[in-house]
Ligand binder design. Structure first.
Ligand SMILES: Cc1cc2nc3c(=O)[nH]c(=O)nc-3n(C[C@H](O)[C@H](O)[C@H](O)COP(=O)(O)OP(=O)(O)OC[C@H]3O[C@@H](n4cnc5c(N)ncnc54)[C@H](O)[C@@H]3O)c2cc1C
Length: 391
């Protein structure tokens, strides 16, 4: 997303931009739900990608108890979309001849006035700037700032997106149309409707994005990261390789605590997968002529659902700085000064919301925030809402 946003904004000010994507296949049918905010919608419009058929609109949030009864409501219109819909809209906005699949970044050389970038298949290219928009495990960042590492939050999520058509009538009626919370102690279950495969928005053809936050320390995570063949992974396990016994254990745990409607949605996910939650901010977003944007530069815990809007904001700030300065290095200094503090602020806010899960509450402020968020009304006010921008 951040690479595509960068290409769009830079092309608007007359730069030549090429995108090199590691995946050999088009990035369709991937990723799960994405909450949108006005900041993201504005970024999509201003970069030229637009917001057509973006997703499913919900009118309110509800919180349910273990019996499935609604215990709280809050009116909040939001469009829920998916990673692949956003990726599609952004990619359509870049000429096909400048978008190169199957090009995995390997290393960059820089001499103060430009970069030479080498890719895994032997291709290399020269440019004025390299923009690393290659996500939280950025290979670009690993070269220019190897000490900057994502930090495990002490919790992870199970997730998946069952088809609307597979859900029970009770599930469709009670939770499917809304942004729904179930909040047992030290856990969060959140669900909302998203488009179906191929961005199907018609009733009956959509999907339900289900997320279950659970606490697990580094040892628990390490054990979860052993795959079906006994191979140890380090950050997470590709969904098809997740141990069947782990999935069965998760389903058994869910049966003990989840309201029947959420359990129905979970049971309809054919291949649930887990994502450990990490965050970090790079102390600088600029290393010579190599620039970091999006999750490569800083990545917050996903409680605000602001990552893609942040990616768009980084890209816009970079283009504005390059527009405003004849000197590229001065422009990059301005970009760094403008975006690094914002990235950090978003990360800190994510940690604040993460206190709900009760992990590593170190300060009095953490404990107060934890206490505040034990009230489901506060969770409906704060989760997936960019209200921290006003602070
Ligand atoms: C559980 C969860 C829920 C989230 N929910 C939301 C939400 O509701 N709303 C929201 O806005 N954000 C959400 N986010 C965050 C959002 O997904 C990210 O912030 C966003 O995808 C970051 O975009 P990016 O382009 O920086 O990185 P990515 O989307 O990770 O893209 C990086 C790209 O770089 C490519 N790449 C990687 N390595 C290489 C290489 N060596 N060479 C070439 N290409 C490479 C990858 O294939 C990929 O296409 C969520 C994140 C998580 C984990």
């Amino acid at each position: 997303m951040s690479g595509l946003f960068s290409a769009a904004y830079l092309r608007q000010i007359g730069w030549d931009v090429d995108i090199y994507e590691r995946s050999r296949e088009p990035l369709v049918g991937r990723g799960a739900g994405i909450t949108t905010h006005p900041e993201l919608l504005e970024a999509l419009e201003s970069c030229g990608a637009g917001t057509r058929d973006l997703g499913v609109e919900v009118e309110k949030r509800v919180t349910i108890n273990q019996a499935g009864c609604v215990i709280g409501e809050k009116s909040l219109r939001q469009i829920l979309t998916s990673w692949d819909r956003l990726q599609y809209l952004l990619q359509q906005n870049v000429p096909a001849e400048h978008y190169h699949l199957g090009c995995a970044f390997e290393r960059v050389e820089q001499d103060g006035s430009g970069v030479r970038v080498h890719f895994a298949d032997g291709l290399s290219e020269s440019a004025d700037i390299l923009i690393g928009g290659d996500g939280i495990r950025s290979g670009v960042r690993a070269q220019v700032a190897p000490d900057v590492q994502p930090i495990y939050a002490g919790y992870y999520i199970w997730r998946g997106a069952p088809n609307e058509a597979d859900l029970a009538p009770e599930t469709l009626q009670s939770i499917f149309p809304y942004f729904t919370f179930f909040l047992p102690e030290c856990q969060q279950v959140i669900g909302y409707p998203i488009a179906g495969l191929n961005n199907e928005l018609a009733p009956g053809r959509r999907r339900y994005n289900l997320i279950w936050y659970r606490v697990g320390d580094a040892d628990v995570l390490k054990n979860m990261c052993v795959d079906e063949a006994g191979h140890q992974h380090y950050y997470s396990v590709p969904p098809p390789l997740i141990r069947k016994a782990l999935v069965a254990e998760m389903r058994a745990d869910a049966a003990k605590i989840m309201p029947p409607v959420f359990l129905d949605a979970l049971n309809k996910i054919a291949h649930p997968f887990f994502t450990p939650i990490y965050d970090f901010t790079s102390p600088s977003f600029v290393f010579g002529r190599t620039v970091l944007v999006g999750d490569a530069a800083s990545s917050a815990r996903p409680h605000m659902g602001f990552g893609v809007a942040k990616a768009g904001g980084d890209a816009l700030a970079l283009a504005q700085a390059l527009r405003d300065h004849d000197d590229i290095d001065a422009a990059l200094t301005q970009y760094d000064a403008a975006r690094m503090p914002i990235g950090n602020r978003i990360v800190l806010h994510g940690r604040k919301l993460g206190t709900h899960l009760g992990v590593n509450l170190k300060t009095e402020e953490d404990r107060k925030m934890w206490e505040l968020l034990q009230d489901y009304r506060a969770m409906m006010d704060w989760i997936a809402v960019p209200n921290f921008l006003a602070a």
